[in-house]
Design a protein around this ligand. Structure first.
Ligand SMILES: [Zn+2]
Length: 565
């Protein structure tokens, strides 16, 4: 079957991921040739409006035919549809609705080979110069790597225990742009193979996480990445906030102020406070030993009933992979625990009704232990620390879920004599510094980073090797078939004016440059840009706060050819 593949003038095939353009479905201007990441529609590169090469920025693209292998998805429409319908109640909406959209539009054949050098070669005569499309072979790699693992374990058939056992429940966690490959094309491949492979039980599709209102970007230093994150705060701080804002239902936004609030208000003031006041009270009034439990008063019964309910709720939510709802349920319970302690006021009861105070602290100890187990999947380091402070020797991560509501077996347990607060609050100065460092809104730190990157020192003579001269632009025109290239004719006070190419068409209307006096590197070796010779280079300033913004250096009042020193 033929597939349309664009080709540019420098005789290179551009596989679909190397072409960008406007999505014909939603108008997003940076859609890739295989998929629009904005609306998740899978595209054929030939559908893109204003296609442009990712490599050279050239728009001089020609479409040629090339022979490719296809997945015959139309033939699988009914089976995939039935399978997706069977998941309607258990899959998150993101996964179900993206898959459903595909099915409603009607499945089309998808090419699974590409004219690329990099990738898995196609083991079939007639296609050996091609490779597989990444989202055809990557999921098969899930099985491949299990086979490798089994081989290394010395039990080569062990992989079947995962991939071919009917009792396997396969969970997949992916961003929404990869949902179609995990809900349609790969399942279709597996069904088509008809070799007893398990299909996903749940495909947990996530929406996108943004950073302070914009996309994360490594090139623009926008966002915190793992290495830096762990230098700034302990892993549980990140785990907690990222789960609270996990984009489970819609795109969400990482905000430093939100991070600060989550750590200060939830972790420190709520969870940290409850554990700390319980431990301090036991140390101060009961020589660090868990007191016995007396008869229950109504708040005691209420909080323990609530605990049992929370245990069941969180268990169900975890089974449904509803992590965000689970952590929010737990967070609300931290507040309930504090309210319980406040209501029972053991600091008063210790003088008036010691039995009541003992019961409160006995129950509070049980609650702290329960909070450690409940929190273990989300804030594992904190869970371990709570157990240590409670004087419990067992491993919190080996505890059974139903032991959360276990009562009364801890009387006499000696707790840690000198527990420290579980969390450090983050103050606003710190937050402002973080916003600067990681490119919040103003991002002046980019200037600092640039300064750090100053090149090695050169001598005066080295500098004098660069001949900078004033030039007058006589003509300027945009080069057809390119996005940014301008062809300039510049007078440098020589016999003949020079042709200089510059990539500023996205910054300047070429006609606005005519008659302007600019600074030119006059002794740069000529080079060909887009087939046109360039004899020099214009000086321009890259803005420190916006790396895609340039201003041409201009001057006036001097004749062309004047040397700049
Ligand atoms: Zn789109």
């Amino acid at each position: 079957m033929p597939n349309y593949i664009p080709l540019i003038d420098d005789q290179r095939f551009l596989p679909d991921r190397f072409v960008t353009g406007t999505c014909p479905h939603c108008g997003y201007e940076r859609a890739r040739g295989d998929q629009c990441e904005q609306c998740t529609t899978l595209l054929d590169a030939a559908e893109l409006i204003n296609p442009c090469s990712v490599i050279s920025d050239s728009t001089n693209i020609e479409i040629r035919t090339s022979k490719h292998l296809f997945l015959d998805l139309p033939q699988m429409q009914y089976r995939i549809s039935a399978w997706i319908e069977s998941k309607r109640k258990i899959w998150p909406k993101t996964s179900y609705s993206i898959a459903k959209k595909w099915l409603t539009e009607g499945l089309k054949g998808r090419a699974i080979t590409r004219d690329l050098k990099w990738g898995i070669p196609v083991p079939l005569d007639g296609y050996r110069d091609k490779v597989f499309y990444v989202w055809f072979d990557a999921p098969i790699g899930y099985i491949g790597i299990s086979m490798e693992w089994a081989k290394q374990k010395g039990d080569p058939d062990r992989w079947k225990w995962y991939w071919k056992d009917l009792n396997t429940k396969l969970y997949q966690f992916i961003g929404k742009d990869n949902v179609p490959f995990h809900t349609v094309t790969w399942p279709a491949t597996m069904m088509g193979a008809d070799d007893g492979f398990v299909l996903a039980h749940i495909v947990k599709g996530f929406e996108f996480l943004n950073f302070e209102g914009d996309k994360f970007s490594t090139s623009l230093h926008r966002g915190v990445f793992t290495d830096d994150a762990l230098k700034e705060f302990p892993p549980d701080y990140w785990r907690y906030y990222l789960m609270v804002i996990a984009p489970e239902r819609h795109d969400t936004d990482f905000q430093w102020t939100g991070f600060q609030q989550a750590i200060n208000r939830d972790l420190s003031d709520s969870l940290g406070n409850f554990v700390h006041r319980t431990l301090t009270f036991i140390n101060t009034h009961f020589t660090g030993k868990v007191p016995e439990c007396g008869p229950f008063e109504p708040p005691d019964t209420a909080i323990l009933n609530k605990l049992d309910q929370i245990r069941q709720d969180v268990q169900s939510l975890l089974n449904e992979v509803e992590f965000q709802k689970a952590i929010k349920t737990i967070r609300n319970f931290w507040a309930d625990c504090n309210a319980y302690f406040q209501e029972k006021a053991p600091w008063k009861a210790i003088k008036e009704n010691i039995t009541s105070a003992k019961t409160t602290l006995n129950i509070s100890f049980t609650l702290c232990k329960a909070l450690a187990i409940l929190g273990a999947p989300f804030i594992p380091g904190t869970a371990v620390k709570i157990y240590e402070y409670l004087g419990l020797e067992q491993d919190v991560h080996s505890e059974r879920w139903d032991s959360i509501s276990a009562q009364g077996v801890f009387v006499g347990t000696q707790i840690h004599p000198n527990p420290k607060p579980l969390f450090q609050k983050i103050d606003s100065d710190q937050i402002e510094a973080l916003q600067r460092r990681y490119g919040g809104k103003e991002a002046p730190e980019i200037i600092e980073k640039k300064e750090e990157k100053i090149l090695p020192l050169i001598t005066y003579n080295d500098f004098m090797k660069v001949e900078l001269r004033v030039g007058k632009i006589l003509e300027a025109e945009k080069v057809k078939g390119t996005k940014k290239l301008i062809r300039l004719i510049v007078d440098l006070g020589e016999k003949e004016p020079r042709q200089i190419m510059t990539g500023l068409a996205d910054q300047y209307d070429p006609s606005s440059l005519v008659q302007k006096m600019v600074i030119v590197v006059a002794n740069l070796q000529p080079r060909k840009i887009h087939g046109l010779e360039s004899h020099g280079m214009l000086l321009a300033i890259e803005h420190a706060d916006k790396s895609d913004k340039y201003t041409v250096v201009m001057t006036e009042g001097v004749p062309p050819g004047s040397r700049v020193l």
